[in-house]
Design a protein around this ligand. Structure first.
Ligand SMILES: Nc1nc2c(c(=O)[nH]1)N[C@H]1C(S)=C(S)[C@@H](COP(=O)(O)O)O[C@H]1N2
Ligand SMILES: [Mo]
Length: 255
């Protein structure tokens, strides 16, 4: 019976009920019957459950005084496709982000649509695996609200972000992906502002992901399409992201 209960909690976590998991976890911890089960083969399941609870935690947020004077750009800093160059010249007036794949209603949102939705602002630290960090103030719409507007189809498990830039000798499109736990995390936003100004081109204009519990390469810039999928197999190299496909970078890059 406990197993069934935990499976229920797990599936509610996958749908974004992170708080439910934390609450349920504490309740289970306090129950002597449950503590006994910890010595059984159920341990592994509990550890997964615990990990999900931890993933609902917020990344640290900072104050204006902590802001880096300059938020450097990294990776692509000026996409050189003719479409992107034209979009910059047009001040992104016609930029849209499409929500596609396993959704009930596919959407195409303009920047005006994005700005009209409820916004969240957060000051967080970005950590790049190459060994630098920067603190920035990001404003954007919680990804959760966009997903709720589109409605998830049964079986949707991952959110894939398709970017406007092509990188390296292979000229592959940059892309990244996260699971629904991170997608529904309150600090996961589609940001269009950095430090109270429109996102600079070097930092991903006009729209970039902030998924604050993970490393820099997960923070997809220049987002054009957000695709809901049931599996990452068969997408590009199958490892869930540009760097994951090309190197040994982990798909879940928790910090
Ligand atoms: N589209 C796209 N997104 C990207 C990258 C990129 O090259 N292209 N580089 C990633 C890496 S490695 C880092 S550290 C951050 C850098 O964000 P910044 O340019 O705002 O500093 O963006 C990430 N997102
Ligand atoms: Mo990075």
């Amino acid at each position: 019976m406990m197993g069934i209960t935990r499976r229920k909690l797990l599936s509610s976590a996958a749908l974004g009920g992170g708080a439910t998991v934390l609450g349920g976890c504490d309740m289970l911890n306090d129950s002597p019957a449950f503590r006994d089960i910890l010595t059984s083969a159920e341990d592994a399941n509990f550890l997964v459950h615990r990990a999900l609870g931890d993933r609902a935690e917020l990344a640290p947020e900072y104050s204006e005084a902590d802001l880096s004077p300059y938020f450097r750009g990294n990776g692509t800093q000026d996409p050189d496709t003719s479409d992107y160059i034209a979009a910059v010249e047009n001040e992104f007036a016609d930029w849209t982000v499409s929500i596609t794949g396993m959704v009930l209603s596919p959407l195409q949102l303009s920047l005006a649509d994005i700005r009209a939705m409820p916004q969240r602002t957060q000051i967080t630290r970005h950590d790049c695996v190459e060994g630098w960090s920067a603190i920035g103030k990001w404003t954007g719409v919680p990804l959760k609200l966009i997903l709720e507007r589109a409605g998830l189809a049964d079986g949707a498990k991952y959110v894939v972000f398709w970017c406007a830039d092509h990188l390296g000798r292979s000229q592959s499109r940059y892309y990244e992906s996260i699971d629904l736990i991170d997608a529904y995390h309150p600090q996961t936003i589609l940001a269009h502002m950095l430090n109270d100004e429109a996102l600079p081109v070097r930092n991903g204009a006009p729209l970039r992901l902030r998924v604050e519990r993970q490393l820099g390469y997960k923070q997809a810039k220049y987002i054009q399409e957000i695709e809901l999928v049931s599996s990452l197999n068969g997408i590009e190299g199958g490892k869930g992201g540009y760097w994951e496909d090309k190197t040994d970078y982990a798909w879940y890059a928790g910090i």
